[in-house]
Design a protein around this ligand. Structure first.
Ligand code: HEC
Ligand code: HEC
Ligand code: HEC
Ligand code: HEC
Length: 96
């Protein structure tokens, strides 16, 4: 079932290609996390938008899909570790 859902979402992805140049700030108890979309745009859209050009939290709410914390940590930190670029330390992202 989940595989089917992901396949359907990939189709939904192909239909859209709007790009938002924007800096997002996520407020957390650990401190604010800044995400500069423009800085990251050279990477493939699908590296992050695996399920359409929607806000991640539309699905990652801990019920429809894993929590936002899990999804962002896996996506953001995962890539930074793989590439050896970008912050991986808690306080490098979560700034008070
Ligand atoms: C490194 C990861 C990453 C890459 C690469 C990336 N995005 Fe994003 N994008 C995000 C995140 C994170 C958000 C903020 C939405 C959120 O946190 O819910 C976002 C937001 C957006 C939004 C606004 C969505 C909404 O409804 O709030 C659009 C449209 C978008 N991106 C399109 C693109 C396109 C097109 C590309 C490729 C040129 C791209 N993005 C590349 C991670 C990425
Ligand atoms: C339309 C719904 C939907 C949207 C939008 C969406 N996801 Fe997902 N995502 C899922 C589903 C379903 C799974 C697989 C089941 C799960 O992990 O809960 C998944 C899995 C993942 C995973 C692997 C599982 C994990 O949590 O470690 C990551 C990482 C991820 N998504 C990141 C993102 C990011 C980042 C965004 C926004 C750029 C995003 N997702 C937007 C539905 C969505
Ligand atoms: C597909 C790989 C990839 C993903 C996914 C990714 N990043 Fe990055 N990030 C990078 C790379 C590469 C750099 C270094 C770019 C540079 O310095 O030119 C970077 C740099 C950064 C920086 C330091 C530059 C700055 O803006 O101050 C921050 C902060 C950052 N990323 C936050 C995030 C967050 C938050 C997410 C998840 C929403 C995320 N990144 C997802 C690859 C990624
Ligand atoms: C690459 C950037 C990045 C790194 C590194 C990172 N985080 Fe996060 N963290 C995020 C993002 C993005 C969110 C999601 C914020 C949201 O849901 O709006 C988050 C959410 C959280 C939350 C949930 C907070 C809340 O108020 O809901 C906690 C707790 C957390 N992180 C702890 C940590 C710890 C501990 C570490 C080090 C092991 C760490 N983070 C490393 C980006 C990062």
């Amino acid at each position: 079932m989940k595989k089917l859902l992901v396949a359907l979402m990939l189709v939904a992805f192909a239909a859209t290609s709007v790009y938002a140049a924007k800096v997002y700030t996520y407020e957390t108890k650990m401190g604010n996390v800044t995400f500069d979309h423009d800085l990251h745009k050279g990477m493939g859209c699908k590296d992050c938008h695996h399920a359409g050009m929607k806000g991640c939290k539309e699905c990652h709410d801990g019920e429809k899909a894993s929590s936002a914390k899990e999804a962002y940590h896996a996506n953001c930190m995962g890539c930074h570790k793989d590439q050896g670029q970008g912050p991986t330390g808690c306080k490098e992202c979560h700034v008070k």
